[in-house]
Ligand binder design. Structure first.
Ligand code: SAM
Length: 210
């Protein structure tokens, strides 16, 4: 039987700048940076599902002079990761709330959406295919008009990313980037909502984490 993942220790490879996880992080951060550069609004909202220690968003905000524009909610189940994210957000003086909650439940997003940027990094590789499909179909409910979604998924066989990209199109998103480097298994996708977003709606379950 496979040992359960320790989601605190899972962050260890971020200490090695050459690890695939660090390379993935840099790509996600590049797109968070680009999104901030492209959005002139004085206030922008971000929600991150299964945020871990929030290194993607917090790492970007730490070096930006316009970080005060961002109101963010990180939803993370592991209290150790939530505490690490909260400590870093506090240290940086950011308007970032960390909710220790189940990101698989839509009610966990009630105070955080509609968001201008929705981060789903490290989620789709840890939930069943049907849950990925259900979650992608529901993503517009988390989005403000014109929102961007940044997501990641391993391409370990069978590669689900072609289906995921189709599901995003069916849900009313246009793809703005998709990175699938040859020498690693991770991929990073970026989609912008072009359809009108529906409200969050009644509570429902999107996914159960493996
Ligand atoms: C693969 S890690 C990704 C962390 C972060 N997004 C990143 O890319 O660095 C998955 C994270 O999801 C968290 N998690 C697991 N089940 C969850 C749930 N039901 N709701 C919220 N977070 C969950 C784990 O504790 C872990 O920190």
């Amino acid at each position: 039987m496979k040992a359960a993942t320790d989601w605190h220790d899972w962050h260890g490879p971020y200490d090695d700048p050459d690890s695939p996880l660090s390379r993935r992080l840099r790509l996600v951060q590049e797109h968070v940076d680009r999104w901030l550069d492209e959005r002139p609004e004085p206030v922008l909202t971000v929600v991150s599902a299964c945020a871990g220690q929030g290194r993607d968003l917090l790492g970007v905000l730490a070096r930006r002079s316009d970080a005060a524009r961002v109101r963010a909610t990180l939803i993370e189940y592991d209290p150790r990761n939530a505490a690490a994210a909260r400590a870093e957000a506090d240290r940086l003086g950011l308007a970032v709330a960390v909710a220790c909650a189940d990101a698989g439940l839509t009610e966990s997003y009630a105070d955080a959406v509609p968001a201008d940027l929705v981060l789903f990094a490290g989620v789709f590789g840890n939930i069943g295919d049907a849950d990925v499909r259900r979650t992608v179909a529901a993503l517009p409910r988390l989005c403000a008009p014109g929102a961007t979604v940044i997501w990641t998924r391993t391409r370990r066989a069978p590669d689900l990313t072609p289906s995921i990209r189709t599901w995003f199109a069916e849900a009313g998103f246009a793809e703005t980037a998709f990175h699938a480097p040859d020498d690693v298994l991770f991929s990073v996708g970026v989609h912008r909502l072009t359809a009108a977003p529906p409200p969050l709606g009644p509570p429902s379950r999107l996914f159960r984490f493996a």
